[in-house]
Ligand binder design. Sequence first.
Ligand SMILES: [Zn+2]
Length: 303
Amino acid sequence: MFDRNWDATVRNAALEWLKAQVATYGDVLPRTLLADGFPLDGARVPLLSPKGIFKPRVLREAPLSITTAPNGPYDDAFGPNDLLRYRYRGEDPEHPDNRGLRFAMQERLPLVYLHGLVPGRYVPAWPVFVVGDHRDGLTFTVAVDEERHRWPVARPGSAVHDDAEGPRRRYATAAVRQRLHQRAFRERVLTAYRNECAFCRFRHAELLDAAHIVPDTEAGEPVVPNGLALCKLHHAAFDRNFLGVRPDYVVQVRRDLLDEEDGPTLVHGIQALHGARIRVPRSSVLQPDRQFLEIRYRTFRSA
Ligand SMILES: [Zn+2]
């Protein structure tokens, strides 16, 4: 017999715990933290395991989370209708994990979605709901909801499918997709640059950004060769054309700033970079694309 109250207690506790972790660590969480989970009634409730569809021991019928492994082609996770596609475990629709997700769909149970960005780093999204089951394609479709709407009171046996909540959930799912792209870009760029500012070698990840060379508003792709790991100061300076980077990786400081007289931030943080070569990843496929730099450098010159 499905204990709806206990199931809701566990899910609520998991969602509240996740919210607190994101408030503390930001929305990219380490695997160890998620695998460790939280205590509940003397038991430990982990949020993930090596399996994609995960049901902690404290739950009997339905899984708590679904995970997408890092380094998969991440667009693969999203279908053309702005919903998430989640593959069955294996090829057997009646595998217990697949049955568990189907049960979650029928009971409208909120789940946690964990999207692997790079090994050991995950972006959580919650609550998510299984809204479709496609035996032919061996996939479920999953919609993200917004927390403020809470989840609907479950009506046993009624699958959600595409009801009146459809448009809102599509929008919420698209927003998560956008966030995943941004986080994935940051993780990949910072990893490629070994968590150092390409201009000044500052190495505290909390104060580093992944800057676009060709801005995403101008169709710049979120790929490492279109990125630079920059500290907050240099990111802002680069975006506002205080500095430019020539296609041969040499920094140029805007002429009027070279002539300006001011304190140590201007002298050491900006002026001293004039003529310096930026630090780039060793692997040539990760280095800044010279054509992207050329496009960006033209903007700098006309600033
Ligand atoms: Zn810097």
